[in-house]
Design a protein around this ligand. Sequence first.
Ligand code: ASP
Length: 584
Amino acid sequence: MYRSHTCGELRETHINTKVTLSGWVQKTRDKGFVVWVDLRDRYGITQLVFDEDRTSSKLLEQARHLGREFVVQVTGEVIERSSKNPNLATGDIEVLVDEVIILNESKTPPFTIENETDGGEDLRMKYRYLDIRRNPVKNNLIFRSKVSMEVRKYLSDQNFIEVETPYLIKSTPEGARDFVVPSRMNEGQFYALPQSPQTFKQLLMVGGMDKYFQIVKCFRDEDLRADRQPEFTQIDCEMAFVEQEDILDAFEGLTKHLLKEIKGVKISAFPRITYDDAMRIYGNDKPDIRFGMEFGELNAVAQHKDFGVFNSAELVVGIAVPGAASYTRKELDALVNWVKRPQVGANGMVYAKYNEDGSFKSTVDKFYDQEDLAKWAEATQAKPGDLICVLSGDANKTRAQLSALRMELAERLGLRNADEFAPLWVIDFPLLELDEETGNYHAMHHPFTSPKPGQLELLETDPGAVRANAYDLVLNGNEIGGGSIRIHDRDVQSTMFKHLGFTPEEAQAQFGFLMDAFQYGAPPHGGIAFGLDRLVSILGGQETIRDFIAFPKNNSGRDVMIDAPAAIDQEQLRELSLKIDIKA
Ligand code: ASP
């Protein structure tokens, strides 16, 4: 028996009992005649004491030679500590050791295994198994497990069935490149790893499963923007005989359950906003509504006043930044430079201080009098003491820039409170999105999303105007889930493929299996998928998903611990009938 108790278990009530513990040596303190050792396992830390008087000098010598991260088994008696440590769950006691067995030695770890470590990100990734021994990482993994368990509990209580779907499949377009896997037995042919189980979950509905879910890995080969992973986890769901309302209802339930069980937060309101309104009011399809700073459009009050920049703009739009009228000239210049950074891309910024005394002072006083600026204040809902920031130009670009500024200022002003949870449904997404480069339309959600009833004809005349039964669940400015009501009719699905630029042959070759299935009594159906990594990190009050993934990849998609991806040998290539031809 390696242990009678864990290192987090012993309390005052155990005093005078004989115990055996196993764990890692976190640290030793040598006072000459007595040595203390902190022994750690997943459950906590217990202080061990080796005492020349009470045990033996041989034992003391042994204790002195225990290195950091040695794995040891000790037996001894639980005694009361003379100086108690209220910060440690086991702080009332210590174990007076009478036997030590070294189960395994350890090289000196490359960084300290403590809450605050001296190890940089790269080093910690390379030795992730050591990083996982640290409380912050360990606790995140335990937290994630708790969230997954609650998801399973809730959904199975609601009659969802967890079904596994295959990883070696054919392309499921979700807007990224596929990772592909060569098939040895089918020379020259490849599987694609699923970008999501989309087509399979729809086939499960045709198969009559009625309510499906799966906590599942998805794979997308995309350029890794900040905080994305090439493989990530979804809570994937699908339901038959449902309308949009049924899905929103079911997943409000799941979100409420998680917030209550995990955070002890009760949420009753799940406001809804259309995609068009979200873009107009927040410049963003995943608005953070924990704070205001709603956009005020200023075309009507700021154009035709001799200020050429505004007159030639498609959109003039501003926000009121609470309490920022007191910003110094230096701070304001820095803000203007911030919006001009290439990442944001504005040409400049006009601002107006709404002073406490009710007067205005702007960078464009030459063109706008106090009365004009009062109209700006009205449109942006500014109050005395606020700063009105105004951007202008191409409507879409300007909205995106102002949205970036809104988020940045909210962050700086401490308005993005991690303990506050503000969910929001964004509904009525466009069905199609124009690719500016190619001039082609592609599916905004995915090609299986159904247009709003009665809008099929509009596909011919004004494709960009067609709205979809598609929805996103947004939490604190992050998209945590997205889904849609699906097409379940073969003809509609092939019309959709046609509009996405597939020839009938291409559509049949790639998605014939799905369209064929639709001919055998496909029920109306729809679903949603939540990004589990992101959801867990938001619930955990942190921003990076990597911190909640046991073995994440770095920004170049590499696992630096196992050193993947890696070349494969000639023999393996030959078996797969592959030749490598790296372009210089
Ligand atoms: N497959 C979709 C996605 O990964 C989710 C859905 O439509 O249910 O975003």
